[in-house]
Design a protein around this ligand. Structure first.
Ligand SMILES: NC(=O)C1=CN([C@@H]2O[C@H](COP(=O)(O)OP(=O)(O)OC[C@H]3O[C@@H](n4cnc5c(N)ncnc54)[C@H](OP(=O)(O)O)[C@@H]3O)[C@@H](O)[C@H]2O)C=CC1
Ligand SMILES: O=C(O)[C@@H]1CCC=N1
Length: 270
C-alpha cells in the first residue's frame, strides 16, 4: 500500500498555508510536510522550507506534491518541476479550473493526478474537500480520502464536468458568505447600529444558524420557514429577498460567473 509519507507543498500561500495548518492541527507530524516557496517568510516548526526546485530535489524525500501556486503559473513552472513529479510521485493540485488532462500533460512522469478543491476553513478542519483522481489504486484512494478528510469533509466527485461548479460553491463559497455577512453588517449600521456590535451579532448569528442547519434533518429552506413566525417580523424580510426571486437569480448569476472563470483559466486566460 502506498501512503502519503511526505507531501511537498509547492506554493504555500493563503490556501496551501491553511491546509498545512489544518494537517498540523489534526496531529500530523510536521516532518511529513515540506514547502517549496521562493519568498515565503517561514514555515511552521519542523516543516522544511525550500526556496528552489533544486533545493527540494536535493532533499528528494517526498512521495507526493501539492500544487498551491496560481493556475496561470502552470505553464511557466511545470518544466522546472519535472524531476519533483516523477518516479512514483502523486500530483495533488489546488489549481482552480485546470483539468486532470492538463495536469497529466504538464506532469507526465507522475504516477497519478488528483484535483483537490478545499476552502480556507481547512485551517480549522472545517472545509469541504472535493477530490477527483486519475491513476490511484483503490487502497490509495482510501489513504488520500482520510488525509484530506482530516481538513473537514472530503468527497469524491465522479463527473469532472461539475468541478468548476462545485469549486464555485464550496471553494469560492466562503467569499460569498463573507460578503453577505459584511453587507448585513453594513445594512445594520446604516439603519442605526454601532459597527462593532453589528459585526459581533452577525458573526455569532451566522455561526449558530450554520451549526443548527448542519445538524438538522430538515432543509435550510424549511428552517427559514420555522424562523418566520406566523404574522411575525421575519416574513417581511424574507418577502424582500424572495421578491421576483431576486436572491435566487443573483446567486445563479454569481455561481455561473465563478464557474465560467474556471473554464477561462483552463483555456489559458491570465
Ligand atoms: N484562496 C482560496 O480560498 C483557494 C485557492 N485555491 C487555489 O489555491 C492556489 C493558490 O491560491 P492562493 O493561496 O489564494 O494564492 P496565494 O498567492 O496566496 O498563494 C500562492 C503561493 O505560491 C507562491 N509562489 C509563487 N511563485 C512560486 C514558485 N515559482 N514556486 C513555488 N511557489 C510559488 C506564492 O508566493 P508569492 O506570494 O511570493 O508570489 C504564494 O505563496 C490557486 O491555484 C487557487 O486556485 C483553491 C481553493 C481555495
Ligand atoms: O478564486 C479562486 O480562483 C480560488 C478558487 C476557489 C477559491 N479561490
Amino acid at each position: 500500500m502506498v501512503e502519503i509519507k511526505k507531501l511537498l507543498i509547492i506554493g504555500c500561500g493563503n490556501m496551501g498555508g491553511a491546509m498545512l495548518a489544518g494537517w498540523l492541527a489534526a496531529g500530523y507530524d510536521p516532518a511529513r510536510f515540506a514547502v517549496l516557496d521562493p519568498a515565503l517568510g517561514d514555515a511552521p516548526e519542523g516543516v522544511a522550507l525550500y526556496r528552489s526546485p533544486e533545493e527540494a530535489e536535493t532533499a528528494g524525500d517526498h512521495d507526493a506534491v501539492l500544487l498551491g501556486f496560481k493556475p496561470q503559473q502552470l505553464g511557466a513552472l511545470a518544466p522546472g518541476l519535472q524531476s519533483l513529479t516523477s518516479e512514483g510521485v502523486v500530483v495533488y493540485s489546488l489549481l482552480a479550473g485546470l483539468t486532470l488532462a492538463q495536469l497529466e500533460t504538464a506532469f507526465p512522469g507522475a504516477r497519478a493526478h488528483v484535483r483537490v478543491m478545499p476552502n480556507l476553513a481547512s485551517r480549522i478542519n472545517k472545509s469541504p474537500i472535493i477530490l477527483l483522481e486519475k491513476g490511484l489504486q483503490p487502497p490509495e484512494r482510501s489513504i488520500a480520502y482520510e488525509f484530506f478528510d482530516s481538513l473537514g469533509t472530503a468527497l469524491w466527485l465522479d463527473d469532472e464536468g461539475q468541478f468548476d461548479l462545485v469549486t464555485a460553491l464550496a471553494g469560492s463559497g466562503p467569499g460569498f458568505v463573507y460578503r453577505f455577512i459584511d453587507a448585513l453588517v453594513g445594512a445594520a449600521v446604516e439603519l442605526g447600529l454601532v459597527r462593532e456590535q453589528a459585526e459581533a451579532l452577525a458573526l455569532s448569528m451566522v455561526e449558530g444558524a450554520s451549526a443548527l442547519a448542519a445538524g438538522e434533518t430538515i432543509s435550510p429552506g424549511e428552517l427559514a420557514e420555522r424562523v418566520a413566525s406566523p404574522g411575525g417580523m421575519t416574513r417581511e424580510g424574507l418577502n424582500v429577498l424572495d421578491k421576483d426571486e431576486a436572491l435566487h437569480k443573483l446567486l445563479v448569476e454569481t455561481l455561473q460567473a465563478t464557474a465560467e472563470r474556471g473554464a477561462q483559466l483552463s483555456a489559458g486566460s491570465d
